[in-house]
Design a protein. Structure first.
Length: 161
């Protein structure tokens, strides 16, 4: 893969352009997802109508792990090539809500830490927080919630923490 990434970047209300971003360094506790498919839902449409800082929209995505740091691989039992679907939320992973599976209610997913796939501005490093059909990769952080997907037809997804 190249050292640069192209992504459809929303730059204002009803305005999108293709921008180029540097391929990010991958910390030991994170990874890079090569996007296979992404969805844009009703909340994306509402956000697209508003004048917000530039961002890469799309928080419903599935892809294969392109690169993964050793700590992230050990923690999640994942390796390069595994298919995962990511949640939009980036919770703390440590509080009682996160540990009970209610990560959507974690304080870190709201105003105090507004990092979410598809709505975090590209000015927030590394910038690849969304996954429209025009982005080939996105960053996967230690707080990402992902569902591992196996090839077997009757397999059940597992939550990655």
């Amino acid at each position: 893969m190249s050292t640069r990434v192209l992504a459809a970047t929303t730059i204002g209300a009803f305005r999108t352009e293709i921008r180029e971003y540097p391929f990010p360094e991958i910390p030991p506790d994170a990874g890079i997802l090569k996007i296979e498919a992404a969805g844009v839902c009703g909340s994306d449409w509402q956000a697209y109508q508003e004048d917000r800082p530039p961002r890469i929209m799309g928080h419903e995505k599935v892809g294969r792990i392109y690169r993964i740091g050793p700590a992230a691989s050990r923690r999640g039992g994942l390796r390069e090539g595994d298919r995962v679907a990511l949640e939009e939320y980036l919770p703390c992973g440590q509080c009682n809500l996160c540990r009970s599976g209610e990560f959507r209610l974690c304080d870190e997913t709201e105003a105090r830490r507004p990092l979410r796939y598809g709505s975090t501005p590209v000015s927030q490093e590394p910038g690849l927080w969304g996954a429209t059909g025009y982005i080939s990769i996105c960053i996967r952080t230690p707080c990402s919630i992902g569902l591992g997907m196996r090839s077997q037809p009757n397999s059940r997804p597992c939550v990655y923490r």
